[in-house]
Structure formats: C-alpha cells, structure tokens
Design a protein around this ligand. Structure first.
Ligand code: BGC
Length: 418
C-alpha cells in the first residue's frame, strides 16, 4: 500500500512537471504601430508565427504612421517600469534605448541562428549595442518611391516623371484633368518623407549625406539647399486642401481609387495597394522618386528586446527574436508589408516587380555608394535632432511667410539639437 502511494505521488509529481513544461510557453507583449490594412496583415503574420511556437501574443498597437505616438507611449511605459517584451524601435534610437540599460542581450539567439552571416553588415551594426545584439531586424523598406495610378495618368495625358521638372509637368496635367495631382497627408513625418526624396533627387547623394546625415552647416546653408526647399514647397501646390492631418494610408487610398495621380511614400504603401487587391504594373506603378533612380533611402523595421523578469517570458521573447529572422517569416511578412526581406540570399520568386527592383537596387546602391539612411524614418540622426529638423521642415511647408532662406537658418539651428 505504502509502495503504491509513493509511486502515485511520484507519478503525480512527474505529471505536474510535464504540465509545467508545457505551461512554460510564455506571453510576449509587442508594441508596434502597424494598424493600416497592409500593415495589420503583416503584423498578423508575426503573431501567427509566434503562436505556432506555442507562445501567446499580447498586442500593444498604438496607431499613428511613422510611430511618433507609439514612441511617446513606450517612454511612459518604460519609465514606470513596465516595458513590453519587444517594441518596434529603429536606427540610432536602438542605441539610445540600450544606453539607458533597459534592453536585453539576445546574442545567444543570434549566435545559434547565425545572424552575422545572414545579415548585411550595415544592418547588423544597427541591431547591436557595444557588439551585442539587442534588436531583431524584420525587413527593408525603400522610402524613395513614387506611386502612380496609370488610369489617372492616362486620363490626364501625363507621362511618368523621371526628374522633378517632369514631375511638375505631370502634376499640372493631372490638375487640369480635375484630379488631385499629389496625395499627401500633412503630418510632419509625411512632410519629411517628401522632403528627403526631393533633397535626394534635386541635390544628389553627396548633398543628401552631407546636409542631412552629417548635418554639415555649410551644406545646410548652400544654394542647393535653397533649391531643394523651393522645389519641396512647390509640391504643396499640387496637394488638396484636406491634406492637413490626413493619415498616409488614406492618401494611398486616393491613388488606389484614382482620385489622385501620385503619392511620394515608402513601400509600405504597396502593402495598401496589395491589400486592396491591386496589381503592380497594371493597377498601379512604382518608380523611384524623381531623380533618385540610382539611390536608395533605406528604412529597416526592427524590434528591440527589453529586459524582462521570469524565465518563461524571456524564453518567449527569444522565440520571437528567432521567429522574426526565420526565412519563412521574412518572406510572408514582406509579401504583405510591401518591403523586402532583410536576410541575405532569400529567394524572390514570390515577390512582385516593385520588390524585385527594390532588392536589385539595394545591392547596386550599396556598391555604388547610393545607399543612404532615411532621416524621416529614424535611420540617420539622433531622435531629438530628427524631431527638431522635422518640425522646421513642416513649419516651412505650412507657412505662407517663411522664406527658403529663413527655413535654412532654422534647420541649421535645429541640426545642433541633441
Ligand atoms: C515604418 C513602417 C510603417 C510606416 C507607416 C515607417 O516608419 O518603418 O513599418 O509601415 O512607418 O507607419
């Protein structure tokens, strides 16, 4: 009897252990701002990948394109000691958070999955703090795109522009045809997305790097900068009166419906076209923003991992990091998101021509020196500097009184913000 009792206690113990093993699947709270049609589909694929590993996903979505609202919410959560497991943080901001001592080292995952070999160095450098991985890269977005509705262009007798002069000729024709030439949302990150494409197209790669990445005072005060600002401001003449405050995906919807002829936006816009059942080359056209065909403004989405308490949570967080870099996920996610995988040597046969062009141009521009970080999307300068410059650029866009010269002086001043 005694014997049997002992055995059954042992059995029960083993059962509890086995069950705890199962229950060790953890919850991962993920902060992101992917709430538009294409973005939500892409986010759902990340959730599904994680759930397939037995972990659960706690959605922490903060709407707002470009992520400004998400970053504000994140700050308050971290300050109150309640960080999520992962947050969509990009570029130099990863270093800023790591310096605060709140990010987790995920080198073990990176080593086991050979991230150093799987990633371009320009990407792995961004993901590391003091040589250790603290973030996992999701994809590569190209920012310097122009999205076109070919029907609208046909109606207006307009030609797809390759230079800024041609852009304004096309815009005039679209206007005469009673259409909104440029779909725009007046939010400072969208204003700056337009601004940096103009800067790259009008000023060229060297100007872009010197002025907006190195923040060289002489270049910021140069005649080229004045021309860039004047060209940028001229784009505004071709936007509609409802542009202020409009979300980027609603601007894309105007192009999808043919109410507007074109939009200057990164290729997350393609996610919207695709989610609406539209086909590239037929229902919409993607071309490099005028004058920027040989260059590539990159924007890499990534998740920074926060220090957590609890083995199950840490394990689940590592599962998420591994899932993000898996070839299957990289493919599915980018097919929905409009981006391309960040992993090297991925097959592109399931991707459309816009993505194939993006992949080819990424490699070519990396060789030629035309691969540049997007300022509008947090890839180039410290977040405080970026915010200060963005504000001036939007004030200039919105003001009837500020001259290009005034804007230059104020941008040079803002560039000193740290
Ligand atoms: C992000 C994209 C996002 C877009 C619009 C960009 O800064 O990198 O992932 O889709 O903003 O919210």
């Amino acid at each position: 009897m005694q014997q049997i009792k002992l055995q059954s206690t042992r059995l029960a113990g083993a059962l509890v252990l086995a069950l705890t093993g199962l229950a060790q699947a953890g919850e991962v709270e993920v902060l992101h701002y992917w709430t538009s049609g294409g973005e939500a589909k892409a986010a759902a694929s990340l959730k599904a990948t994680l759930q397939a590993k037995g972990d659960s996903w706690k959605d922490f979505a903060v709407a707002g394109g470009g992520g400004d609202s998400a970053m504000t919410v994140l700050k308050s959560r971290v300050v109150s000691g309640n960080a999520p497991a992962a947050a969509q943080i990009k570029g130099p901001s990863i270093q800023e958070w790591a310096r605060e001592g709140v990010l987790a080292n995920i080198d073990d995952v990176a080593k086991a999955e050979k991230w150093d070999e799987a990633l371009p160095k320009v990407v792995s450098d961004i993901m590391k703090y003091k040589g250790s991985y603290v973030a996992a890269p999701v994809n590569v977005h190209r920012v310097n795109w122009l999205w076109i509705n070919p029907e609208a262009f046909k109606k207006a007798g307009a030609k797809v522009p390759a230079s800024w002069d041609e852009f304004f000729v096309a815009a005039e024709a679209l206007k005469k045809a009673g259409l909104t030439p440029v779909a725009h949302g007046g939010q400072n990150w969208q204003d700056f997305t337009t601004f940096e494409s103009v800067a790259l197209g009008v000023g060229g790669v060297d100007f872009y790097k010197k002025a907006l990445v190195q923040l060289d005072p002489a270049t910021l005060a140069s005649p080229t900068m004045e021309k860039v600002l004047a060209t940028f401001k001229k784009v505004k003449d071709y936007t509609d009166k409802n542009a202020p405050g409009r979300d980027w995906n609603l601007a894309t919807a105007m192009v999808i419906k043919g109410e507007a002829g074109m939009q200057l936006m990164g290729d997350w816009a393609k996610g919207e076209f695709v989610a609406a059942g539209k086909q590239p080359g037929k229902d919409f056209v993607c071309v490099a923003a005028p004058g920027t065909a040989a260059a590539y403004t990159f924007n890499i989405d990534s998740f920074a991992m926060f220090k957590l308490k609890g083995d199950d949570k840490v394990k689940a967080q590592k599962n998420l990091a591994a899932a993000i870099m898996s070839p299957e996920f990289q493919e599915t996610f980018s097919l929905n998101k409009g981006s391309i995988p960040v992993r090297l040597n991925m097959k592109m046969d399931k991707f459309d021509d816009c993505a194939k062009a993006s992949g080819k141009d990424f490699v070519a521009s990396a060789k030629s020196g035309g691969l540049v970080p997007s300022i509008a999307h947090g890839m180039a300068v410290p977040s405080a500097t970026e915010g200060a410059i963005k504000d001036v650029v939007s004030q200039f866009w919105n003001s009837d009184k500020m001259s290009a010269k005034d804007a230059m002086t104020r941008i040079a001043q803002a560039a000193k913000t740290r």
